[in-house]
Design a binder for this molecule. Structure first.
Ligand SMILES: NC(=O)c1ccc[n+]([C@@H]2O[C@H](COP(=O)([O-])OP(=O)(O)OC[C@H]3O[C@@H](n4cnc5c(N)ncnc54)[C@H](OP(=O)(O)O)[C@@H]3O)[C@@H](O)[C@H]2O)c1
Length: 347
């Protein structure tokens, strides 16, 4: 059975990743796209072979050919559009963050769990073959007890102390009302937190953070460092930011019986770089041929399978909420200079 899809959003990510991946994925039909601007919706629809371009969410949700919506517009629209789509009986796949704050994220979780539709979240590293293999090796005990898990994701432009503020239609990225209370963490570090949770199979329970800007006068950070305590005893670090030209994007997992290292580990939507495993029983290096769409394609196919076979999506609304809980705790920790404990999501 083919799943009829609509994309909400016509920005860089839908244009370069979401629409091309939907067109590559098995069992998908791109029915509709939506922009607040009717002409942009039509232009985007023509470029990506969608059947129709709409300028309102209501019009998308009224279209009976649309089974699932892919929400990839500005962050402040994610939660309200997800709830509307679930109420209209559509399946929802949504980009991170699922909401701008924890309280709104709880509403998305409740709407998802009280509906008969599926809700998945765009953490495409869960489709990465190396991350999947690492999760399996860690779960099997091959690397031993993981003491330290480090993820670092950043970039920068030589000569710029801070990134140039995003302007034009992308200025929402630096508006706390539209992007949420963080910048580097919302854009980059959120993926690091999710993939560490995924590979370790442990929850974040405590955070201490230092950032370059989380204070009363400037709320959005360009560089963040987080120390994380995980439920199984692993200590984690996440570093993310836009102030490091030539940054080495990597992940390191150090266990009592081995280690795993990812080189060229990001951006999360692109398969590339390598994974080195050294342990008592497994010792190898896998290099990945660069592919900018395969993880996105697999993510969509995996969500289609969840719809068709009734199982859980690779990342659920609760995974999305946990990421927001970590970001809120980071903001609090950085602003107050304290360590913040996280409550379990046991509602
Ligand atoms: N998972 C990942 O790896 C990943 C990577 C990047 C981004 N994302 C997520 O994807 C979402 C969208 O990000 P983005 O990078 O696509 O944002 P963006 O490029 O800044 O676009 C934001 C909005 O700007 C409008 N726009 C786009 N092109 C325009 C133009 N030529 N003229 C005027 N307005 C224009 C669109 O509004 P309309 O929709 O109203 O047309 C679009 O939704 C975000 O939530 C982000 O977190 C995820």
């Amino acid at each position: 059975m083919s799943v009829g899809w609509a994309i909400l959003g016509t920005g860089g990510f839908p244009d370069e990743k979401v629409a091309p991946a939907l067109n590559l994925a098995d069992d998908c039909e791109l029915i509709a796209v939506m922009s607040r601007d009717a002409a942009r919706a039509k232009e985007f629809a023509a470029k990506h072979d969608a059947q129709v371009g709409y300028d309102s969410v209501d019009a998308v949700l009224r279209d009976s050919r649309v089974d699932a919506v892919y929400i990839a517009n500005r962050n402040h629209l994610h939660a309200p559009h997800a709830i509307l789509a679930l109420q209209a009986g559509k399946h929802v796949f949504m980009e991170k963050p699922i909401a701008l704050n924890f309280a709104d994220g709880v509403e998305v979780v409740k709407a998802s769990e009280s509906s008969n539709s599926k809700l998945g979240v765009g953490f495409e590293l869960r489709q990465h073959p190396g991350r999947i293999e690492s999760k399996e090796l860690i779960s099997a005990g091959t690397i031993g007890t993981i003491a330290l898990a480090q993820a670092q994701f950043g970039s920068g432009v030589r000569g710029n102390v801070h990134p140039k503020p995003r302007s034009g239609y992308s200025d929402w990225w630096v508006d706390p009302e539209s992007t949420g209370g963080a910048f580097a963490m919302m854009a980059l570090g959120i993926h690091c937190v999710d993939e560490l949770r995924f590979m370790l199979g442990q929850e974040v329970t405590e955070i201490a953070a230092i950032t370059d800007r989380q204070n009363d006068s400037q709320s959005l950070e360009n560089l963040a460092t987080l120390c994380l305590r995980f439920s199984g005893g692993t200590i984690g670090t996440v570093t993310c930011g836009f102030r490091m030209p030539g940054f080495q994007n990597s992940v390191f997992l150090y266990g009592s019986d081995g280690k795993i290292i990812f080189n060229e580990a990001y951006p999360p939507h692109t398969l590339q770089g390598s994974m080195e495993i050294s342990s008592q029983t497994v010792n190898n290096t896998t290099s990945y041929e660069r592919n900018g769409l395969i993880l996105m394609q697999r993510q969509i196919e995996s969500f289609n399978q969840a719809i068709q076979h009734g199982h859980q999506p690779a990342a659920t609304a609760r995974d999305g909420l946990k990421a927001i809980q970590v970001i809120e705790a980071m903001i609090k920790s950085a602003a107050t200079g304290t360590t913040v404990k996280l409550e379990p999501l046991d509602f």
